[in-house]
Design a protein around this ligand. Structure first.
Ligand code: AMP
Ligand code: MG
Length: 406
């Protein structure tokens, strides 16, 4: 059985390089990873403009108490051709192009307006260039705007748009096939007969994959026969990643591994020293698809996806920080356990401590709802006292640079 961090390292070692770059309209580029250094095709602002609602003046005229002639108005979006002569000013608004001859803007709060005349009431002499935003002062032509590897946010998207881009080259989203195995499974909304349950793992995995930036496709439910498994893999192996749920333990009906052996594949590992999620199976299919087999118990499925699947999908997109944030906090309640396996405990942060929720069974779906963190209870520990510092994974915060439970 592999320790959890070694297993994760092995999963990530299967990503030889990030997926190709593809063009993406800015509207859809939020949270995508930029594939190329992207430069500006324009200067920003594109023209000298006013930073205030007020009056465009020649700065020499900007003397407190002086009266100026208002010769017109210049709202944003229009360009005035009138050149200011000495003693003249122009009403101007924020973002409007600075008219010829203007060398300063006085804000409207600092003047007294009376019809065609305006008197300067500024407390001191107007400075040359005041309240003028210069062409190119924000972004110069050809500047590197956003470096490759950046995870795009609304700020970068707005900057790219202003600088003349309509789209960018980003890493392609990994295409992920989700295969739910089990005779007992029925589709969401279907009636369940005796011994049958709803396939909730398929939905959980598809949603988790999409949140990680992948493109998820749920294939049909696979009953526990070798033929059905082969058929499912015929389809699934065309994807970048294949995620299966169930069928990876050692029961007579656990067919994933026997079927993969028949098809030919390269196993990376089977079994991780953790609870829940021990039987995780990982490798590469003949097609080159990366395979991650997750145990079927709902909490095991989701916990092992969060630990191995999410970083894998992020890494395929070239994500520079593919992990969740790790935080060391004191344990809020005592946690009894036996030495042996590492426990990945579901819980919440309360007043800076980690509180395990009560029912931690790997089959208990409630243990995955209303939680904000996983707490790692070291393999060798027995009872862990309240107040002991433990490592937690904050499920609400992405962007962790590495993962280590030491
Ligand atoms: P397995 O790993 O196939 O032995 O399944 C372990 C447990 O998880 C069994 O109780 C299954 O009924 C349950 N299970 C397996 N697959 C799913 C699924 N897709 N949705 C919900 N529960 C499942
Ligand atoms: Mg099963």
């Amino acid at each position: 059985m592999l320790p959890i961090d070694e297993a994760l390292q092995r999963v990530l070692s299967l990503v030889k390089q990030p997926l190709e770059a593809e063009w993406c309209p800015l509207e859809q580029a939020d949270n995508r990873v930029l594939a190329r250094d992207t430069r500006s095709a324009r200067v920003l602002p594109p023209f000298d403009n006013s930073a205030m609602d007020g009056y465009a003046v020649r700065f020499e005229d900007g003397v407190p108490g002086k009266e100026l002639q208002v010769i017109g108005e210049n709202p944003a979006g229009s360009v005035s051709e009138q050149k200011l002569a000495p003693g003249e000013c122009l009403r101007i608004f924020t973002g409007a192009a600075i008219p010829p001859g203007c060398t300063a803007v006085i804000m409207q709060e600092e003047v007294e307006r009376d019809g065609p005349k305006m008197t300067i009431r500024a407390p001191e002499a107007v400075k040359e260039g005041q309240h003028i935003r210069r062409r190119g002062s924000d972004v110069e032509d050809g500047t590197l705007l956003v470096p490759a590897g950046t995870v795009l946010t609304p700020g970068e998207l707005a900057l790219l748009a202003s600088c003349g881009h309509a789209g960018v080259l980003v890493r392609r989203k990994p295409r992920v096939a989700i295969v739910s195995t089990g005779h007992e499974l029925r589709y969401i909304g279907e009636k369940t007969g005796p011994g049958q349950i709803i396939n909730s793992n398929g939905l959980a995995l598809a949603t988790l994959v999409r949140r990680a930036g992948g493109e998820a496709t749920q294939l049909a439910i696979v009953p526990d026969t070798k033929e059905a498994h082969h058929e499912a893999f015929d389809q699934a192996e065309r994807y970048d990643v294949v995620l299966t749920s169930g069928g990876v333990s050692v029961g007579d009906h656990d067919l994933i591994q026997p079927v993969l052996e028949e098809r030919g594949w390269t196993r990376e590992f089977w079994k991780v020293s953790m609870k829940p999620g021990k039987p995780v199976l990982c490798g590469t299919l003949k097609s080159g698809a990366i395979f991650l087999g997750l145990p079927g118990n709902p909490a095991s499925t989701m916990v092992s996806f969060e630990l191995f699947g999410r970083p894998l999908i992020k890494a395929l997109q070239g994500h520079p920080r593919p992990f969740l944030k790790q935080v060391r906090v004191p344990l809020g309640l005592p946690y009894p356990k036996r030495p042996g396996r590492l426990h990945v405990v579901r819980g919440t942060y309360e007043n800076g401590s980690f509180h395990p929720i009560k029912k931690q069974g790997s089959g208990m779906l409630r243990s995955m709802s209303g939680i904000s963190a996983f707490g790692f209870m070291p393999a060798e520990s027995d009872l862990i006292e309240a107040g002991t510092e433990i490592i937690t994974l904050d499920l609400r915060h992405e962007g962790g640079k590495d993962f280590s439970i030491r």
